[in-house]
Structures are given as structure tokens and as C-alpha cells.
Write a protein that binds this ligand. Structure first.
Ligand code: AP5
Length: 230
């Protein structure tokens, strides 16, 4: 029986983590756990968490670790995550990475790979400012790189396409700053040889065409799985 596939996607805002992870979900049938999506759903529903989260998200700041850690640990404890998962947007700080490691160890599990999608800042700004998302289901498009068939309308379900509140220029700049200051250390955390997770970081050049990026990620996963069985 193949080992469980526990994947984490890390990378700056707009690197294409969501775009790539969504395709892998279709391939592997694993639950896709994206902190940003969970938080936006809470904002839309007006939950207590959503009201709190909106303040941070609108500024492009990270929510406090304890809130996000609890949210993700609850989600990972659900039965559908028992045979594997794809995490997007968590961990984003070293304390979050440590909490995930501790929870995995306690459950006798481990991460299969942490996939870092790398893209230069200039390109991220263009991607985020041109991103449009489906107001109903979050399907993602780009005015230049992945335009919908009809302007402003989702190809998948015909809903209106909107711009995310945090895809405004000032917020994008802060999100990039926050990434470099607070999330970059997570990359080193997973890249070190003797850490609790070992060196499980895999780098992907996210500046290429989405299909090429996808092929690279699939090849990486195949390699990691093969190494697992040796
Ligand atoms: P979150 O929703 O996780 O945002 P993010 O990390 O900033 O990531 P994005 O969704 O913006 O980008 P992506 O990499 O998924 O890119 P996408 O595939 O859409 O988090 C939002 C907020 O929630 C945070 O700011 C924070 O406040 C809070 N939060 C979340 N997690 C947290 C945590 N763990 N702790 C604390 N707070 C947390 O692609 C972008 C665009 O580019 C699209 O238009 C797409 O069509 C296009 N594109 C994709 N790939 C390519 C390609 N290869 N070439 C050309 N265009 C491409």
C-alpha cells in the first residue's frame, strides 16, 4: 500500500500555490486545506473568527499563531485527513511549523514534502493585481495570464468575478514584506538537515508556465514517494 501523502505548500503570495494545489487535489483525491480559504469563508459567514480575521487580512498581516494553529489542528484531526492532505498557507511562521511538527509526531505521522514555490517579487505583484476570483466558489483567473472566456464571469459556474480585498497595491506590498520577514524562516526550518522534520524542502521554479510548474511538482512527488519505499 502506498505511504500516505502529507504535503505542505509554502511560497510568497501569488506564487501559484492555490492554482497548483487544486490540480493535485483532483489527481490524488486528498483534502485541500487552505488557511486563506477557511478564513475567507469565516469572513463571508460573519463568524467571530471571521470578524477578527478580516482586520488582519485587510492589512495583509498574519493572524496570531494560536488562532491559526488551533484552526488547522482541528481540521487535520478530521477523519478525511487521516490518509493524507495538502496544506496551503500553513505553516507561515516558525511557531506554526513547530506546532505542526509536534502534532504530526504525536500522531506517529510525518510530512512527506514541503514544496516551496518560488517567484520573483515583481512577477508576484503583476499576478496579484491581475487576479480575479469567482465570488461563489473561489475559482481563480488572471486578466492576462489566465483570462476567463467572458470578462468578469467565472467559466466554471457563471458567477461574477471579483478582486480580493487584499489584492490592492498597498496590501500586496505589505503581504510581500510579511512573507520575507515572517515566512522565509519557515523555509530554513524545513531545509535544515538535522531538524525534527529532516530536510524535506523541495524547491520549484514557480515563474514558469502553470503546466510546466505542475509537471515539475508531479515529478517531485513521484521521486519523494519512491524514496519513501526504499
Ligand atoms: P492566503 O489566501 O493563503 O494568501 P497568500 O499566501 O497570500 O496566497 P494567495 O492565495 O494570494 O496566492 P497563491 O500562491 O495561492 O496564488 P494563486 O494560485 O491564487 O492568505 C490570505 C491571508 O490570510 C494572509 O494575508 C493572512 O492575513 C491570513 N492567513 C492565511 N494563512 C495564515 C497563517 N498560516 N497564519 C496567519 N495568517 C494567515 O495565483 C495567483 C495569480 O497568479 C492567479 O491569478 C493565477 O491565475 C496566476 N498564476 C498562478 N500560477 C501562474 C503561473 N505559473 N504563471 C502565470 N500566472 C499564474
Amino acid at each position: 500500500m502506498p505511504a500516505e501523502l502529507n504535503l505542505v505548500f509554502v511560497g510568497p503570495p501569488g506564487a501559484g500555490k492555490g492554482t497548483q494545489a487544486a490540480r493535485l487535489v483532483d489527481d490524488f483525491g486528498l483534502p485541500f486545506i487552505a488557511t486563506g480559504d477557511i478564513l475567507r469563508a469565516n469572513v463571508a459567514e460573519g463568524t467571530e473568527l471571521g470578524v477578527k480575521a478580516k482586520e488582519y487580512m485587510d492589512r495583509g498581516d498574519l493572524l496570531p499563531d494560536d488562532l491559526v494553529v488551533e484552526l488547522i489542528m482541528d481540521r487535520l484531526a478530521q477523519p478525511d485527513s487521516a490518509d493524507g492532505f495538502i496544506l496551503d498557507g500553513f505553516p507561515r511562521t516558525v511557531p506554526q511549523a513547530e506546532a505542526l511538527d509536534a502534532a504530526m509526531q504525536q500522531a506517529g505521522r510525518r510530512l512527506t514534502a514541503v514544496i516551496l514555490v518560488e517567484v520573483p517579487d515583481e512577477e508576484l505583484i503583476e499576478r496579484l493585481s491581475g487576479r480575479r476570483v469567482c465570488s461563489k466558489s473561489g475559482h481563480t483567473f488572471h486578466v492576462k495570464f489566465d483570462p476567463p472566456k467572458h470578462e468578469g464571469v467565472c467559466d466554471v459556474d457563471g458567477s461574477k468575478l471579483i478582486q480580493r480585498d487584499d489584492d490592492q497595491p498597498e496590501t500586496i506590498a505589505n503581504r510581500l514584506r510579511v512573507y520575507h520577514e515572517q515566512t522565509s524562516p519557515v523555509v530554513s526550518f524545513y531545509d535544515r538537515d538535522n531538524g525534527p522534520s529532516g530536510a524535506i524542502l523541495r524547491r520549484v521554479d514557480g515563474s514558469r508556465d502553470p503546466d510546466e510548474v505542475y509537471r515539475h511538482i508531479r515529478a517531485l512527488i513521484a521521486t519523494v514517494r519512491m524514496e519513501d519505499t526504499l
